[in-house]
Design a binder for this molecule. Structure first.
Ligand code: MG
Length: 339
């Protein structure tokens, strides 16, 4: 009997408006994907659409039933199913990532083991996760830092109207490790001008300072930077990695960009072959989506899986980053339960 796919919209709310260089919001909607096999075993995944990568709630809802009709009847055929879906309707990575997560959850449950265990990984090898402070007024930044009390590494969003004000506000409030993500908000000239400022404020990692296609800019920045430069928006799938080798120090993998857990594993292997650092990140999504991404954390250098930790109404419990420590569930599949 063919695998059945059903969906449900999840309404998520962040504790504070989450503002980055492209704008921000408090209300997010993602799609829960449920895949059911003939015995009634369910696998779950979450699609967190991002307009920047060409997806919306509506495109996800439109494409999921089309992908659902192509699942076949054997969830263990993970490689074949994922290839078939991508060939049939390209792009739509967040929708495909939700299906990939649901299939891995399903086979893990059928085998009675967590996905990380199926892959032979050690959860204790996962690095600590950052917690993100979005752009805000100095007063509210101080409040957010206080709320982020338990997280040892903070990531701040720059590329806005008052980067220096953000850096001063955060450094005035904490001496914790600080990483910066400019979300394409600078030109190469601006980024190079910011490098000594970032150094002065003790920033340890710089993520995506310039627009995705500005590879020359990335190369110029990297030549002058004393901290690792990570490509996020410039690195969508494994096919982007060879071109980035030599012009950045690492890549940021997100399931909603690359479209599947298996593609994430390919990206890790290819990045390593090119001598690159590997980071795993997320969108604003619940603990369901975070639990899928968290399965690869034992293989990476930098973890930024705070999507669910930023929420005030997470509908799921699974992998967590409480206190910055990635804690993978020992329950089968993705180890996710409804709260
Ligand atoms: Mg980023």
């Amino acid at each position: 009997m063919a695998l059945r796919l059903s969906t449900e919209i999840l309404s998520l709310r962040t504790r504070h408006p989450f503002v980055i260089a492209r704008g921000g919001n408090s209300d997010y909607r993602t799609v829960l994907v449920r895949i059911t096999d003939e015995d009634g075993t369910e696998g779950w995944g979450e699609a967190a659409a991002t307009r920047f990568y060409g997806e919306t709630l509506e495109t996800v809802q439109a494409v999921l039933p089309e992908y659902g009709a192509l699942l076949g009847d054997d969830p263990w055929q993970l490689e074949a199913i994922e290839a078939r879906l991508e060939r049939a309707i390209r792009r739509n990575a967040a929708a495909r990532a939700a299906i990939s997560a649901a299939l891995h959850d399903l086979v893990g449950k059928r085998a009675g083991v967590p996905v990380w265990k199926l892959w032979g990984l050690d959860p204790a090898a996962a690095p600590r996760s950052t917690f993100t402070i979005g752009m805000d007024t100095p007063e509210r930044v101080r409040l957010k830092v206080e709320e982020a009390g338990e997280y040892p590494i903070l990531k701040i969003k720059l590329g806005g109207p008052d980067d220096l004000g953000m850096l001063r506000a955060i450094r005035g409030a904490t001496d914790r490790e600080l990483r910066v993500d400019a979300n394409c908000g600078w030109t190469a000239v601006q980024a190079i001008r910011m490098l000594p400022v970032l150094e002065e404020f003790g920033v340890t990692v710089l993520e995506q300072p310039v627009p995705p296609e500005d590879h020359e800019g990335l190369a110029q920045i990297r030549r002058r930077a004393s901290i690792p430069l990570i490509a996020d928006e410039s690195c969508v799938t494994s096919a982007d990695i060879p071109r980035l080798a030599g012009i950045v120090d690492g890549i940021n993998i997100k399931l909603a960009k690359c479209g599947s857990l298996r593609e994430a594993m390919r990206m890790i292997a290819i990045a390593r072959a090119h001598g690159l650092m590997v980071m795993v990140g997320c969108m604003i999504e619940s603990s369901l989506g975070i639990s899928a991404a968290a399965q690869v954390t034992p293989l990476v250098d930098i973890v930024d899986l705070d999507g669910a930790a930023l929420l005030s109404n997470d509908p799921f419990a699974g992998a967590s980053i409480a206190g910055g420590q990635v804690a993978l569930s020992h329950a089968p599949g993705l180890g996710v339960q409804r709260r």
